[in-house]
Structures are given as C-alpha cells and as structure tokens.
Design a binder for this molecule. Sequence first.
Ligand code: PLP
Length: 423
Amino acid sequence: MDHFGYRQGEMYAEDVPVRDIADQVGTPFYCYSSATLERHYRVLTRAFEQQGLDLLLCYAVKANTNQAVIATLAALGSGADVVSEGELRRALKAGIPAEKIVYSGVAKTEDEMAFALKAGIYQFNVESVPELHQLSRVAEHLGLTARIAFRINPDVDALTHAKISTGKSENKFGVPWRQARGIYAEAARLPGIEVVGLDVHIGSQLTRLEPFREAFERVAGLIETLRADGHDIRRLDLGGGLGIPYDPTDQEPPHPESYAAMVKEVVGGLDCRIIIEPGRLLVGNAGILVSRVIYVKEGEERNFLIIDAAMNDLIRPSMYDAYHEIVPVREKKAEKVPYDVVGPVCETGDTFARGRRLVPMQSGDLVAIRSAGAYGAVMASTYNTRRLVPEVLVKENEFAVVRPRQSYEDLIGLDRLPDWLAQ
Ligand SMILES: *Cc1c(COP(=O)(O)O)cnc(C)c1O
C-alpha cells in the first residue's frame, strides 16, 4: 500500500496534489512519500516482532540514497546496509549510528575498510578469503578488531531476473557454502578478526518464498556445523530481496508477515540475532517519477507517448525489462488506447513501456511512473547531457525539494580542459 491516490480525479502524494509540485519544481522529478516509508518500515518490523524474533533491520541504502530518505528511516530506528565508503558516509551523516551499520560488497578496499573500522560499524559481511586477510591486516594495523560474518553463497536459484540474482554458484557473490567450514576455521586464526555471524543474500525482487526457504535451510544447517566446530555464531544476516508489486495484474509477492513466519520456522530455533537488509521493500512503492508529455507521435504501426523523463532518469525498464505502472496525474474517463511510452534519449532502449493502454494523452499532460522509489534516482546518469532530476519528499500536506535539479553549470562545469586546449 502506498500514499499516492486520487481525489476528485487528481493524483495526490499524501495530502499534496502532484500537479502543485510539478508546477513549482518542473518535470521530471521523483516524489517520495514519508508516510509510505514509515508504513513499510512498521509493517516489516512488526511482522518480526510478532514472531518474537530479535531483529536488526538494516535498510539497504543503495536502493535510495537520498539523505532525507535515509534520515526518515533513521528516525524510525533503522540501521543500514552499505556497499561503499560513500554509502557509509551517507548513512552516518543521515543519523544512523555506526553500531547499526553492516557493510556488504565484494570489493571493499583497504581505505574503505579502515574508514569503516574507525567508524566502529556493527559488522563486515566478508565475501572472499583475500578480503578476509586484507581486513585482518587493516584491523591489526589500526589496533582494532573487525566483527565479521561470511556471506555464504548457498547456490540456490532466486527465480528472479538474471542481473539481480546473486545466490547461484556462478555469481560473483559470497563464499561457496561447501567451503564455509575451512574458511571459518581460517578466520578464527586471524588476529584482526572476530567471527560473529553468517550472512546470505540471494537476489532482489524475489516474488516467491521458496528460494529464501531453500537458502535459509542450507544456512541453518551450516550454522549448526560451524557451532559444533567451535565458532560463536550469534548473528544471522538474511539479506534483502523480498519483492514488491509492480504490475497490479501480477500475483502479489509474499507479504512481510509470511516472510517473517517462514524465517521463524526455518531459523527461529537457532537463537541468533536476525539481521535483514531490505531495500526495495521499504522504498520501492514509496516513490513515483513524475513526467510531462512532450509530444504524442502517431507512427505507422504504433503511437508514441514521448515524455520528458528518460532511461537516464529511470533505467529499470531498459536494464531489467522492468514493468512500471504508468498513470495519468489527472484521471480521465475515456477508452484506453495503446502507447509506446518513450523518453527523449537517442536509443531505442529508452522505452518505459510498449503497447501500454492509457487514456488518450496530450502534449502537456502529466504522468506518474509508479514504484520508482527504489533503484530509480540512485541509478540515474546524465547521459545525453540531461541534468539529474530533483527529488521531492512529501510529508502530509508539506513537501520539500530534497535534491534540487542539477544546473547546466554544475553538470558541464565538472569537466576541465587540459592546458593545451584552454586558451
Ligand atoms: C542490494 C542488496 C540488498 C537489498 O536488496 P533489495 O532487493 O532491495 O531488498 C540487500 N543486501 C545486499 C547485500 C545487497 O546487495
């Protein structure tokens, strides 16, 4: 459930007409709803509470890194899952305490490790043996200890898009579960390392519970083995990945309550602190991308709705063949007609939807691309020298621009001419 609905045919973000924001901010822009963020956070944490599980929710910041979004979740008590020093800096700056931050990622550098160690983060999720040794060296050098979990690759099929599937043995992520015993034994001997847990994250936008269950069962067995080997495994990080509804005609992904019940059933008996790293689930349906129709172009075979947002603003349709619901900001009563909804970028891939049935649209009309809060603004680029679009956060009847539109000066001014060209 989100807080983008219609009143007298006009789309609102909470209590703010979307059109008013467009008038003040211009298009395109991202618009996020505080109430939706809060709702998703509470539904998820309550689901785990009801199961009596000791939970640390670490929002996977990479889904939406706007400081205002992170700060909204921080105020609710959220921790963070970060995958770079930049994200760690963002999380800390937005008010998430270091002791609620876990650090994931296959390629942490020495500098990043040192920064995170000095910040005093809760846990490193280590993804390889070379990384383990590097982390131990960096920690020892600083006179600190890194608390770690290994990210285990359970070799299960997440049944999601290939580009966001991460738990198969052919993926670059984690250490093979069959090698886990040896690797934990190695970690236990290293000076800068304290082994505290185990981590697994098998992919994103999972729409079924079975792959999670399969992975968690594998991991539960492993924890028992590792404990028998003498390791004090007291934290279990289950990653993120629970999907959200994008297409209203599809079957809904499992509800957080079913997910939490499954977690309880499979790993509840292990007496571990449970960490989860949801990204999309918290922010995906809390955001829309609002865009204006530039032209309606009647082609030979199809009609094109050319809008002012493009693949550089929201790349999910081109990159993951993702479905996003597209709706008019002003409802109309008219028979729907099919459009290819496209942006201005000079690539055929710059297509948000093909043959999408919408009420007849005209130049100047506003549309909202729904479910754009996750992996939207964060994946934007300036391709075609298009400026990064503003982000707006709504709270009840107020809204704030939480990132202004980039200026051409800022964008072009990033470049420097070498001496031999500068005259
Ligand atoms: C991307 C990512 C997440 C979040 O995934 P969602 O599908 O957005 O929930 C969590 N953990 C790790 C390690 C990730 O890489």
